[in-house]
Structure formats: structure tokens, C-alpha cells
Design a protein around this ligand. Structure first.
Ligand SMILES: [Zn+2]
Length: 153
């Protein structure tokens, strides 16, 4: 992938304080295209796709949302909590639409590991193949998602 002028503009939107306080890049010094290429390669190495990962994230989010803020057991061995903070965010990829600040915590009771991801994460993975930069508060490592959420190819 090449860093186009449009991607430059998107990367500027991702800096701290433009769309969100922390931004989407963390301490990552790479170009946006390099971040996305690396995660794309990691996803392919596992035999997965962004849409398969996003679908699993959404499936667990929907199952957990039935708990209305309470932690919910989701078979076979997950505990899922879905909650929200006030406000809405636009996607940094420069298109219309606002996303509620809903976040999902999934604990895998077999391994004891957990992940926390937002509705924006699900959208950005599904629509843009973007998992955020290293060190960003909501960075999603594709391999960690696959392991904790037990996503199979
Ligand atoms: Zn978007």
C-alpha cells in the first residue's frame, strides 16, 4: 500500500486531540500505510480476514449487550461486558457518520486473558483494516484478538 495524500490527511485526523483525546496512533511512528500493511500481513498469516475478525467481535458484543451493562456469560467460556460512555465520534477515515462510544470487554475464562474493544474498533477493522497504532489505548493486536476470541479460519 502506498501513502497517498488522502492517507496523509487521514493520519493527521488520527493524532491526539483532533477526533479523540488520545488519538488512534499511540507512540507509533510508522506511516499509516505501513501500520495497515503490517496488520494485513499478520491477518493473512493466520488465514483470517478483517471481516471474519470484525464479525466475531460483533457477535460477542451483541451477545454481551443483552446484559445491559452487567457481565454476561457467553458460551462456551466467555464473560462479556458491554458498556458506554457519553458522546459520539466520527471515523477518522473521512466519511460521514458518528459512532457511539460503546466498548466491549471479553474475558476468556479458559486462558484468563481479556480484550477490550470499541464499536469504532469493529468498524475500522471491518471497513478499513485498521487496528490502531502501537501504544494507542484501543490498539487491537490481530493475533491477540484471534487467540482470546478464538477466531478460527
Ligand atoms: Zn470509517
Amino acid at each position: 500500500m502506498k501513502q497517498t495524500p488522502e492517507m496523509e490527511r487521514i493520519q493527521r485526523q488520527m493524532r491526539p486531540g483532533v477526533i479523540s483525546y488520545d488519538g488512534f496512533l499511540g507512540s507509533d511512528k510508522r506511516l499509516l500505510c505501513e501500520i495497515m500493511d503490517a496488520d494485513e500481513a499478520a491477518v493473512r498469516r493466520m488465514g483470517l480476514s478483517h471481516s471474519a475478525i470484525a464479525a466475531r467481535m460483533r457477535e460477542l458484543r451483541e451477545a454481551g449487550a443483552r446484559g445491559l451493562g452487567q457481565t454476561t456469560s457467553v458460551p462456551p467460556h466467555f464473560e462479556v461486558t458491554v458498556d458506554a460512555v457519553r458522546g459520539k465520534l466520527p471515523c477518522p477515515f473521512l466519511h460521514e457518520g458518528l459512532y457511539e462510544k460503546i466498548y466491549t470487554i471479553v474475558k476468556n475464562n479458559t486462558s484468563g486473558e481479556s480484550v477490550t474493544y470499541t464499536d469504532m474498533n469493529i468498524h475500522m477493522i471491518e471497513a478499513h483494516g485498521f487496528y490502531e497504532g502501537e501504544g494507542a489505548p484501543f490498539r487491537q493486536d490481530p493475533a491477540t484478538l484471534a487467540r482470546v476470541l478464538e477466531i478460527e479460519d
